[in-house]
Design a protein around this ligand. Structure first.
Ligand code: ZN
Length: 208
């Protein structure tokens, strides 16, 4: 094979590689504080319908979801609404004791250590972003079901934190953070306001 022919093959291969890698380059994002490589968002602000099955006054579900709504609307620039009568809302949260949640037969049995849960009933993979050398997959959210557990060992702020945590998952914050006093960290935590880092993590997806 002539030098000229070899060169033209090398140039052709380089051109193909450029096209292939060019299409594979995903937009970079600036923050990542989760142990998951997934993230999501709603394309229009969702409504949250809830059912407070446990009537106990020491289970502040309405106040907790109201607080969660304000925190995330402030963080994301959304206008989430909370309702008890619009059952067509795409996010639904049930609140009750382990026995009451289990009796719904909507979820896997609640463990005795569970504070709350978010089930990604309908989310759709849309693409990827890059954060440094890692690839993050993003989804649009369409339907979410979740619950908050009424437990006598939880403080008022534990309930508020749990609602804010679960609504965070519902809004697209997948996985968990690790600092001991952050809302998106798992556990019986008293913190009820999002850290700047937690806000940045999800906000960057909502502005794209
Ligand atoms: Zn969680």
């Amino acid at each position: 094979m002539s030098i000229r022919k070899k060169l033209s093959i090398i140039i052709l291969v380089l051109a193909i590689l450029t096209v292939l890698t060019g299409t594979a380059i995903a937009a970079p994002i600036s923050y990542w504080y989760s142990d998951s490589d997934n993230i999501g968002k709603w394309e229009t602000s969702p409504k949250i319908w809830y059912s407070k099955i446990d009537p106990s006054g020491s289970f502040p579900m309405a106040v907790a979801l109201g607080h969660a709504k304000l925190e995330w609307n402030d963080a994301l620039g959304t206008s989430i609404a909370v309702t008890t009568n619009d059952t067509s809302a795409p996010i639904k949260f049930y609140g009750g004791t382990k026995a009451q949640i289990d009796a719904l037969n909507l979820f896997a049995p609640v463990s005795t250590t569970t504070l709350g849960m978010t089930a990604y009933t309908d989310i759709r993979r849309k693409g990827v972003y890059t954060y440094g050398s890692s690839v993050k997959t993003w989804y649009t959210h369409h339907e979410i079901n979740g619950y908050l557990v009424s437990r006598t060992d939880l403080s008022y702020n534990n309930f508020i934190k749990t609602a804010t945590h679960e609504v965070g998952h519902a809004m697209g914050w997948r996985g968990h953070s690790s600092p001991a006093n952050w809302v998106m960290t798992q556990g019986k935590i008293e913190t009820i306001t999002l850290s700047t880092e937690e806000k940045n993590h999800l906000h960057q997806i909502y502005v794209r």
